[in-house]
Design a protein around this ligand. Structure first.
Ligand code: IPD
Ligand code: CA
Ligand code: CA
Length: 259
């Protein structure tokens, strides 16, 4: 059975990114999947493009996507697709969003690509071969102290109603570090950790398509990426995730576990 190549994945990310770029700052048809969880016509357009392109070449593969859910196929070949990560930013005209594509063979992530069309930054990784941004090797930060670190996180779409709103952890890290950013794109959060721009990322209750590509890219950059309960497989919901270089990972993990 045919597997994709890194070039296949990168090309898909670049082409879907063109769709996001072309639709940026146009007036959008915004629908709400829940109270504060929007989806635009561009999410659907980018996803349709990706599904047709992947199924055209790999018709038997299994695909998990944000908007269409599960396209059932051969579980030896699983794709994780977020056609537009950062939809709230996108719908408001904030230029922080990306497309995120990952491929796993026999349940092990092999390739990941995240493309930010506004900055023309293509992050990618192949398991065991390191991570790159626009072809150049990237590495997670060497920082070991929380007080010298800049972190990033996200908040769940049901934060108005849930007790798991991340505000307690956010408050703790805000007073232990140089700051905690909220980029609004989990995939870019992970890529920025991979590029050493930000030291660490945590978030509660994300979905596999949010973190599959960025997780592999962060791992290949030298960061440790795990579920907050320590589980190695961060693709099986419920997913609360922590990504940071090993020394900081230990410190962040302790903060997250201290009540
Ligand atoms: C969201 C973004 C956000 C994160 C949410 C995700 P979407 O994805 O990655 O940063 O905090 O958990 O759902 O809805 O923009 O694809
Ligand atoms: Ca997402
Ligand atoms: Ca999305």
């Amino acid at each position: 059975m045919k597997s994709p190549t890194l070039i296949d994945i990168k090309t898909l990310a670049l082409d879907a990114g063109k769709i996001l770029r072309a639709g940026y700052e146009k007036t959008h048809q915004v629908e709400y999947k829940s109270l504060i969880d929007p989806v635009t016509e561009i999410d659907y357009q980018a996803e349709d493009f990706l599904l047709k392109a992947i199924l055209g070449k790999f018709p038997t593969h299994h695909i998990l996507t944000e908007e269409s859910g599960i396209i059932d196929g051969d579980h030896d070949h699983i794709w994780y697709i977020d056609p537009l990560d950062g939809t709230v930013n996108y719908a408001h005209g904030v230029p922080v969003f990306c497309v995120s594509i990952a491929y796993a063979y026999k349940n092990d992530l092999k390739f990941g690509a995240v493309y930010d069309p506004m900055r023309d930054e293509l992050f990618s990784a192949v398991r065991g071969q390191g991570a790159t941004m626009n072809g150049k090797t990237i590495s997670a930060s060497n920082e070991t102290e929380l007080e010298r670190s800049l972190l990033t996180t996200g908040f769940p779409y049901d934060m108005w109603e849930t007790v798991n709103d991340n505000l307690n952890d956010y408050g703790k890290f805000a007073k232990l570090t140089q700051g905690v950013r909220r980029l609004g794109s989990a995939a870019l959060d992970l890529c920025y950790v991979a590029a050493g721009r930000l030291e660490g990322y945590w978030e509660h209750f994300v979905q596999p398509w949010d973190v599959a590509a960025g997780g592999l890219i962060a791992e290949e950059s030298g960061a440790k990426v795990r579920k907050i309960n320590g589980g190695k497989n961060y693709l099986t919901p419920p997913i609360s995730i922590l990504a940071a270089p090993p020394a900081l990972y230990k410190k962040m993990d302790k903060v997250l576990k201290d009540n």
